[in-house]
Design a protein around this ligand. Structure first.
Ligand SMILES: [Zn+2]
Length: 340
């Protein structure tokens, strides 16, 4: 379901939704202007206390808040089928429970927003394409991904202010979120392309500090349905383990399908540990989004990233895989225009 057509085989951490292609940006309102008329209200048919009743203190925990983006008079699909959303969340929770992390559902809220906020271009690629032999994670650093103004405006407008904003995961259900990336289909001529996504995790290994700190936990989702739980878990995996598509002997790639692993395309849910597991479980447990509740009710938070959260951030110590050409590529003397 989240297979990416082979012509997009170099894209990363994206799940593809052919259903979301047809929605165009609505004219008549300006996505660059903060709109004070955003209204958020709880989806009362979902009982978060009941969903969270099995949470245990002392266990690694991640707070997750959900927003359903909709426009006035057109409720999000999950408003009519809240059980489907709950089932997806519970499925994602089961996947992470096996790795020793519990997901707490803070809230499910409907966000009534201007139509243009539901269809946004997520990122700009402002850097330069690294040579193909470069280590993928080093290459990501040179690509310099950052949020577009329209995405920043929509995400900041929807996510309500809260003291723990920067350590909370936000699942934003929107209509269409497009992602730009370097396409290498034509050898030696990398080109920037933009495609719609089914889920986009906007992870630290790509954005580092180029995403506003308050909303760095944002994940967009543009699809609902039967496999929603695995999709949520996969996108959470990008954010919390801070890895691209990789599993055991499979090194990080834009698109790779296989069995077993949560972080590749397919149906797998495994979060492996140890060096042979590419340290996925260990990296998960080092995530700055994790806390433990102590007996007195206070929270013990994990340490934050030390260098903005790139793959080799010192936070991860030796819980990294070193491979390929590790040197940061130099900027070419004659820069190609970024959009050929
Ligand atoms: Zn992915």
């Amino acid at each position: 379901m989240y297979r990416v057509p082979t012509r997009y085989r170099f894209l990363l951490f994206v799940t593809f939704s052919p259903l979301s292609i047809s929605l165009a940006v609505a004219a008549g309102d300006n996505p660059g202007t903060r709109n004070p008329t955003v209204v958020c209200q709880a989806l009362k048919s979902i009982d978060t206390a009941a969903i969270n009743r099995d949470l245990k203190s002392g266990v690694a925990t991640v707070d997750v808040a959900i927003y359903l983006g909709e426009t006035d008079g057109k409720p999000h699909g999950y408003v009519a089928s809240p059980d489907e959303l709950v089932a997806s969340f519970v499925r994602a929770r089961e996947i992470f429970a096996k790795a020793g992390v519990q997901l707490k559902l803070l809230s499910v809220r409907r966000a009534i927003v201007p139509p243009s906020w539901l269809a946004v271009q997520a990122n700009d690629v402002t850097g330069f394409p690294a040579p193909p032999e470069t280590n993928t994670y080093v290459g990501f650093r040179s690509a310099g991904w950052k949020l577009t103004k329209e995405a920043t405006n929509a995400f900041e407008g929807i996510i309500e202010r809260h003291a723990q904003n920067h350590r909370t995961i936000y699942l934003l259900y929107l209509k269409q979120v497009r992602m730009a990336y370097y396409d290498r289909t034509v050898k030696d001529r990398p080109r920037i392309k933009s495609i719609p996504t089914g889920g986009l995790s906007l992870p630290a290994y790509l954005f580092e500090t180029r995403i506003p700190r308050r909303i760095r936990g944002v994940i967009t989702l543009c699809r609902q349905g039967g496999k929603g739980g695995r999709t949520i878990a996969h996108e959470l995996g990008h954010k919390l383990m801070n890895v691209s598509h990789e599993h055991r002997k499979i090194g990080p790639q834009f698109e790779v399908r296989g069995k077993g692993g949560l972080m590749i395309y397919g149906r797998g849910t495994e979060i492996p540990s140890g060096k042979t597991g590419r340290w996925h479980k260990e990296r998960l447990h080092l995530s700055p989004f994790i806390y433990r509740t102590k007996e007195d009710g206070t929270r013990q938070w994990n340490a934050d990233y030390r260098e903005g959260g790139h793959y080799y951030d010192p936070l991860y110590g030796d819980k990294v895989i070193r491979f390929g050409v590790m040197t940061r590529p130099k900027r070419p003397k004659r820069r190609r225009p970024s959009n050929e």
